[in-house]
Design a protein around this ligand. Structure first.
Ligand SMILES: N[C@@H](CCC(=O)N[C@@H](CS)C(=O)NCC(=O)O)C(=O)O
Length: 219
């Protein structure tokens, strides 16, 4: 069965799935949800009227929610890189860290971005202030988890790192990770150097102008 991914190169959650696909060199067709291809948006919404992307289509089967998509890929299109440990307790740790990055890092960023997109300066400033407060808590907690860990859950690159890479990428643009969190800064740098994520970042480069909080001139 052929795989198709509906998403946008600049979208953090699309990148999360792209990392998993690139890690295993999984063949798929990318269907960009951009203005030049309205038919992709129509197909995506027909399968998922709730309007969140990305969406993976495997033949007739549509799969949504990035953590589920990545687990689905592991079950149905496994490659040499396993993104979830076989051991159930280790897999639980990976799922927890995946949830942490989505809920406590990416969600505050999405809120700040959504508030900036309202065009109301007061809402934009509130959104960013809330994001700063939540991200600072998340950064401080992550710093306590990272001693002795090369990746989010140890020596193996996993689903949690697929979630961490785009969320820390955009979080640092929203509220920079300070020198008070050297392990987290080092982890973000390792993620940026991972070829699967470096490729996703490069593919998204032309869209940086879309970042409503202003993309910094780095990364
Ligand atoms: N929990 C969802 C989150 C997906 C999500 O928020 N995607 C963003 C793009 S990065 C989106 O659909 N934004 C459009 C909207 O919220 O209207 C997942 O993991 O797939």
């Amino acid at each position: 069965m052929s795989l198709a991914l509906y998403g946008h190169p600049f979208s953090s959650y699309t990148q999360k799935v792209l990392i998993a696909l690139y890690e295993n060199d999984t063949p798929f067709q990318f269907r960009n949800l951009g203005p030049d291809t309205p038919e992709h948006a129509a197909e995506w919404l027909r399968h998922w009227p709730l309007g969140k992307f990305p969406l993976l289509l495997d033949g007739e089967r549509a799969v949504v929610e990035t953590s589920i998509i990545i687990e689905y890929l592991q079950l149905q299109h496994a490659g040499p890189v396993s993104l979830l440990p076989a051991d159930a307790m280790q897999a639980l740790d990976v799922r927890f860290m995946d949830r942490f990055f989505d809920l406590h890092v990416m969600s505050p960023v999405q809120h700040a971005v959504a508030m900036a997109l309202t065009g109301d300066p007061g809402k934009a400033e509130d959104g960013r202030a809330q994001a700063r407060q939540k991200l600072e808590l998340a950064y401080a907690w992550l710093e306590t988890q990272l001693p002795d860990r090369y990746w989010a859950c140890g020596a193996q690159f996993s689903l949690a790192d697929c979630a961490a890479a785009p969320s820390l990428f955009y979080a640092d643009w929203t509220h920079p990770i300070s020198d008070a969190h050297p392990l987290l800064r080092g982890y973000r740098a390792r993620l940026l150097a991972r070829p699967s994520f470096a490729r996703a970042v490069d593919e998204a480069r032309p869209y940086r102008v879309l970042f409503p909080l202003g993309a910094p001139d780095r990364d």
